[in-house]
Design a binder for this molecule. Structure first.
Ligand SMILES: [Zn+2]
Ligand SMILES: [Zn+2]
Length: 142
């Protein structure tokens, strides 16, 4: 997303846009987007200071760190950016900052659900789908 300084009227401006992974320079080994990122920015300028109140919406595909199942997360974040602008500047490029905010929020260990049971270390079965024979064997020895 680029905001042109001459776009910003004295009472501010609201810019809505959709930005794809390529535009935001988000490669799929960092973060997998399901469709473009929705951006809604309220932009205000006071002399050389530009304030951008931004809301980001996206669907992100994550892989559970315990059971390795893919799942989708609704990403939603409100951020405020402040920029200093000088006379020769014609526009502000927000893509780099949007990218960083999104990557910053990506969990180190994604979980498909808070109580994910993960995979059985014995047979590798996804224990969210039910117990395996290892579990019952363990139970009888206890
Ligand atoms: Zn899981
Ligand atoms: Zn098992």
């Amino acid at each position: 997303m680029k905001i042109f300084l001459n776009q910003i009227s004295p009472e501010g401006v609201v810019v809505e846009e959709q930005a794809g992974a390529a535009e935001l320079d988000i490669s799929s080994d960092v973060l997998v987007l399901e469709g473009p990122v929705g951006i809604r920015a309220t932009v205000n300028r006071i002399t050389n200071a530009v304030t951008v109140d931004m809301e980001l919406y996206a669907k992100i595909r994550e892989v559970c760190s315990l059971c390795l199942e893919e799942f989708k997360v609704d990403f939603r974040k409100g951020i405020q950016f402040n920029y200093a602008v000088n006379a020769p500047d014609l526009s502000i490029d927000l893509n780099q900052d949007i990218r960083e905010e999104m990557i910053l929020d990506y969990p180190m260990k994604p979980l498909c659900r808070p109580d994910c049971k993960g995979l059985c270390p014995g047979c590798g079965k996804n224990l969210n789908e039910g117990g395996c024979s290892c579990a019952t064997a363990k139970k009888t020895t206890l």
